[in-house]
Design a protein around this ligand. Structure first.
Ligand SMILES: Nc1ncnc2c1ncn2[C@@H]1O[C@H](COP(=O)(O)OP(=O)(O)OP(=O)(O)O)[C@@H](O)[C@H]1O
Ligand SMILES: [Mg+2]
Length: 370
């Protein structure tokens, strides 16, 4: 006997019901007043109530604080964030709490009553891992940076009074100094990249002369350039930009220092900028080995280097460009490279123009708060 279309539909509905009951995500069906009509077993497991206890109750009792005043707000939130989940605190029957990702969708049914499906996912594991990560970074920043700082100070003191020591001892002290500086820089870079990825970069905007900033960056890398006999040529103009000076300086230092690392002896590096209607573009052009096209996007990812030996032979960890990208994108700018193997590279970044009157208003607001 063959099954009718109605029977097929019933079977499919039954299977779908079984699926909702089996999935490990909590599902609560509520009516337009927020009253629970049905829950799946995952909700029972997460909150410790039985299905019967929950039926007829307001779903808000499962959450510590609800960011929506009523169902209309809940629906408006859902409509503007259709794919999005929000992390809230769930309250168990025992009184304990758990972190849950909550998302909402609308369910059309025959009686035309607008039912809502509220999905809740227990994210305790994710929150635990985030906490461990945070603790690790706190530990790195405090417990490792502090002793390294003392080692560096001690080495500086030893170097100042090292004139009586034998040459090889002085050389060893110098090596300790360089290594501790290298590890300190790596730790600082890791902490920065962590901030970039967590979206926690807070920019401190200010007005400054781009030419002066380029001269500052050159001061920092001049010794490295002289050592490699590389010639630095910089453009100069009266241009004033509005950006986070420290962050843009670090971007420039990394780009110029990369250009020096990969330049041939006697090579030239040009640092220039052009002011366009919406943004200022700064570029650093070298005559080095260039970057293959398949790596031109990848080098902006952390720990990505064109050649495995770049970490050892050129002394770098592959974090510099990832940090540059984070700093520039935090400004709303773009960063990229034009290059061809054997023909040098031109790294560039943009600083979007800011409305100076808006910036002045922000400044006076900040001053008033102080
Ligand atoms: N100007 C350049 N010419 C050729 N290759 C480059 C240039 N700049 C960067 N690269 C390639 O991109 C990689 C990543 O650069 P990035 O600045 O992120 O790291 P790094 O310089 O190796 O280390 P760090 O900046 O953390 O000390 C480099 O290792 C190199 O392979
Ligand atoms: Mg670098």
């Amino acid at each position: 006997m063959s099954t009718t279309p109605e029977q097929k539909l019933l079977l499919a509905q039954k299977r779908f019901g079984n699926l909702i009951r089996a999935i490990p995500v909590g599902v609560v069906m509520v009516n337009p007043d927020g009253i629970i009509e049905a829950v799946n077993p995952a909700i029972v497991k997460m909150f410790g109530y039985s299905e019967r206890e929950l039926a007829g109750l307001d779903f808000r009792m499962l959450l510590q604080t609800v960011p929506w005043a009523d169902e209309a707000e809940l629906l408006a939130w859902h409509n503007s964030n259709p794919e999005k989940a929000i992390e809230l605190r769930g309250v168990k029957k025992s009184g304990g709490s758990l972190p849950v990702d909550v998302s909402v969708s609308q369910l059309d049914n025959e009686s035309r009553r607008q039912l809502l499906l509220i999905m809740m996912q227990d994210v305790s594991e994710r929150v635990k891992i985030e906490k461990m990560k945070q603790e690790f970074f706190d530990m790195v920043s405090h417990d490792m940076r502090t002793p390294l700082c003392s080692i560096s100070l001690l080495v500086d003191m030893l170097q100042e009074n090292a004139s009586d020591l034998p040459d090889d001892t002085r050389e060893e002290i110098k090596k300790i100094g360089n290594n501790s500086k290298h590890v300190t820089r790596l730790i600082n870079d890791l902490l920065d990249i962590e901030k970039v990825e967590a979206g926690e970069i807070k920019l401190i905007y200010g007005l400054f002369s781009l030419s002066e900033m380029i001269m500052n960056a050159i001061d920092v890398v001049q010794a490295q350039a002289t050592k490699r006999k590389v010639n630095l040529v910089a453009a100069s103009s009266e241009l004033i930009v509005c950006a986070d000076q420290d962050r843009v300086l670090r971007v420039l230092i990394n780009l110029i220092s990369n250009a020096i690392k990969f330049s041939p002896k006697g090579g030239k590096i040009e640092i220039s900028f052009v002011d366009q209607p919406d943004e200022t573009i700064v570029s650093v052009k070298d005559e080095g080995r260039g970057i293959p096209s398949n790596m031109q996007e990848l080098v902006f990812e952390r720990f990505k280097q064109v050649e495995a030996a770049d970490a050892t032979s050129k002394g770098g960890s592959g974090l510099g460009l990832a940090i540059c990208k984070g700093f520039i994108e935090a400004h709303g700018g773009r960063i990229g490279v034009e290059s061809a193997v054997g023909q040098g590279s031109k790294f560039w970044f943009s600083i979007p123009h800011r409305d100076i009157s808006e910036f002045a208003a922000e400044q006076s607001g900040a001053n008033a708060e102080e």
